[in-house]
Design a binder for this molecule. Structure first.
Ligand SMILES: *Cc1c(COP(=O)(O)O)cnc(C)c1O
Length: 219
C-alpha cells in the first residue's frame, strides 16, 4: 500500500470512531508521527494534505523540518518525546506544540526560553498513567498541583494532557484516567492513542491521536 492509501485508511477509521463516540466530525486531530523517517518519506504525506506531525527527537527534527516548513506552509509540529533542558531553546524555536512537559525543571526552562524568544508553543503535560519507572511523566496524583504550578508560578498555560499507556496493558483504563485528570484540572485537550489503539482512545475522548507506523510503515 502507498502512504496516501494508509493515511486515508487511518483518516476514515478516525471519522468512524468519531461517529461511534458521538463526537463531531473533524474533532479529533491526527498527528502523523514521522520519527525515523526522512524528508523524502514525509513529502508524500504533505502532498496528501497532512499538516500536523509528531517527532520524538529535537536533533532529528532540526535535520528535516526547517526545510520542509520552508516548502509548505501551515505545518504544525509536535514534540512527543522527552525534552532535555539543553535542547529547550531549539525545541521552542522549532515546535508548535510541546507535549512532553514532565517535570518542574523543564517547565522552568521552557518558561524562560519562551520569554527570551517571544514564542509560545502550546504545551501539554505528560502523565505517567501506569507509574512505570522507566517512563517519563507526572504521576496521576500530582497532575493537578503540577498544572497549577505551571500556570500560577510560571505563567504557562497548559493546553492538554498526554499519556503513553504501558505496552502490555489494556489501554482503556489509562485513557479514562487521563480524561478524568484533565477534567479535574480544567485542561481541554487529550493527546492519547497510537497506531494500535487510537480508535479506543477516541472512544475515551482523545482530541488528538499520535499515529506513526500505520501511516509511514514499520520503523
Ligand atoms: C512513536 C510514538 C508514537 C507513534 O507510535 P506508532 O505505534 O508507530 O503509531 C506515538 N506517541 C509517541 C510518544 C511515540 O514516541
Amino acid at each position: 500500500m502507498e502512504l496516501e492509501e494508509r493515511l486515508n485508511d487511518v483518516r476514515s477509521h478516525i471519522t468512524a470512531a468519531e461517529t461511534r463516540g458521538g463526537r463531531s466530525a473533524g474533532s479529533v486531530q491526527l498527528v502523523a508521527v514521522s520519527k525515523t523517517f526522512g524528508a523524502d518519506a514525509i513529502r508524500p504525506a504533505l502532498q496528501a494534505g497532512q499538516r500536523t506531525f509528531g517527532e520524538n527527537r529535537v536533533q532529528e527534527s532540526q535535520a528535516k523540518w526547517p526545510q520542509l516548513k520552508s516548502e509548505t506552509s501551515d505545518i504544525e509540529l509536535h514534540l512527543i518525546g522527552p525534552l532535555q533542558s539543553n535542547k529547550a531553546a531549539e525545541a521552542v524555536a522549532l515546535f508548535d506544540v510541546i507535549e512532553t512537559v514532565d517535570r518542574e525543571k523543564i517547565a522552568r526552562v521552557l518558561a524562560d526560553e519562551m520569554k527570551r524568544q517571544a514564542k509560545t508553543p502550546r504545551l501539554y503535560v505528560q502523565v505517567n498513567t501506569g507509574l512505570e519507572p522507566q517512563k517519563a511523566g507526572i504521576a496521576p496524583n500530582d497532575v493537578a498541583v503540577f498544572v497549577a504550578f505551571c500556570r500560577d508560578e510560571l505563567g504557562l498555560a497548559i493546553e492538554g494532557l498526554m499519556c503513553i499507556p504501558p505496552a502490555d496493558e489494556n489501554p482503556g483504563p489509562h485513557f479514562s484516567l487521563l480524561a478524568k485528570l484533565a477534567k479535574a484540572c480544567g485542561v481541554e485537550k487529550l493527546s492519547m492513542g497510537m497506531s494500535g489503539d487510537y480508535e479506543t482512545a477516541i472512544a475515551f475522548g482523545a482530541t488528538s491521536v499520535r499515529v506513526g507506523s500505520a501511516i509511514f510503515g514499520a520503523r
